[in-house]
Ligand binder design. Structure first.
Ligand SMILES: CC(C)(COP(=O)(O)OP(=O)(O)OC[C@H]1O[C@@H](n2cnc3c(N)ncnc32)[C@H](O)[C@@H]1OP(=O)(O)O)[C@@H](O)C(=O)NCCC(=O)NCCS
Length: 209
C-alpha cells in the first residue's frame, strides 16, 4: 500500500494511503480490542478500508516517533487514544484512507469522491447563505461537504446538523483554506480553519490550527 506521510509540525502529522490490495491478515500493532473489531468486519472492502485507516495513523505516529497507543470509540463514534493523550481522526473513501494526529488539539479529516449527484442534495446540508455563494459545481459542493465533515469530526458530538449548525464563510474552488464555525448549539462559536486539496477525483480536507 502506498502512503504519503506529512509531518505538519513537531506535534502533528497526517498520512494518506492508496487502498489497492487485499486487507492484511493481521496488524500486529493493534490493541486487543481493535483486533477484535477488525476480526468482526466481514465485508472485504470495509475490512481493507478499516485496516488502511489504522495503518495510516500508525505511520503518521511513527513519523512523530510516538508509539501506537490503541484507540477506542467513544459514545459518539469518535476514536479516542487509549493513552488518554493525543487526538486522532480517520477517513476512508473509494480508493483512499487517511488519518491525522495531533498531540494537543482536536482534529478532523475527511475524504470524499467528487460526484455529480451532490448538487441535488445540496439543500440538505447547506444553509441559504452557502447556497448563495457556491457555484453549481460538484467540486465546490464536495469541498463544502467535506469541510463540514471535518468540522463535525473535529468537534466529535452527534446532534450537530450540517445545515443548521455548521456555517462556512464564502470560498472558491481555488482556495486552499476554508473557514467555518459551529453555531446554535452548546458548542457555539467554535471557529475552524480547514485545509482543502484535490487528489485525483477526491477532495481531502482537514482541520488546521
Ligand atoms: C460519522 C461520520 C462523521 C462518518 O463520516 P463518513 O464520511 O461517512 O465516513 P469517513 O470514512 O469519512 O469517516 C469514518 C470515520 O469517522 C469516524 N467517526 C465516526 N463517528 C465520529 C464522530 N462522532 N466524531 C468524529 N469521528 C467520527 C470513525 O473513526 C470512522 O472510521 P472507522 O469506522 O474506521 O473508525 C458521518 O457519517 C456523520 O455521521 N456525519 C454527520 C451526520 C450528518 O449530519 N450528516 C449529513 C446531514 S445531511
Amino acid at each position: 500500500m502506498q502512503t504519503k506521510i506529512e509531518k505538519i509540525d513537531s506535534h502533528s502529522a497526517f498520512a494518506i494511503k492508496i487502498i489497492e490490495e487485499a486487507a492484511p491478515e493481521s496488524l500486529p500493532f493493534l490493541s486487543f480490542r481493535e483486533k477484535l473489531s477488525y476480526a468482526n468486519i466481514s465485508h472485504p472492502e470495509k475490512k481493507k478500508e478499516w485496516a488502511s485507516a489504522r495503518l495510516a495513523i500508525y505511520e503518521a505516529l511513527q513519523s512523530l516517533q510516538i508509539p501506537y497507543p490503541g484507540f477506542f470509540k467513544d459514545e459518539h463514534g469518535k476514536s479516542q487514544s487509549m493513552a488518554g493523550a493525543g487526538y486522532v481522526s480517520l477517513t476512508h473513501t473509494q480508493g483512499f484512507a487517511a488519518a491525522i494526529f495531533h498531540q494537543n488539539t482536536p482534529v478532523g479529516i475527511d475524504m470524499d469522491v467528487i460526484r455529480e449527484k451532490i448538487l441535488s442534495i445540496g439543500p440538505r446540508f447547506l444553509a441559504k447563505a452557502e447556497l448563495d455563494f457556491l457555484e453549481k459545481d460538484p467540486l465546490h459542493y464536495t469541498m463544502a461537504w467535506s469541510a463540514k465533515e471535518s468540522i463535525f469530526k473535529c468537534q466529535g458530538k452527534k446532534g450537530v446538523s450540517f445545515r443548521e449548525n455548521i456555517l462556512l464563510e464564502p470560498f472558491s474552488t481555488s482556495d486552499q483554506l476554508i473557514k467555518g464555525r459551529i453555531h446554535g448549539t452548546e458548542f457555539s462559536d467554535h471557529h475552524y480553519t480547514i485545509k482543502a486539496q484535490q487528489l485525483q477525483n477526491t477532495v481531502l480536507t482537514y482541520t488546521v490550527w
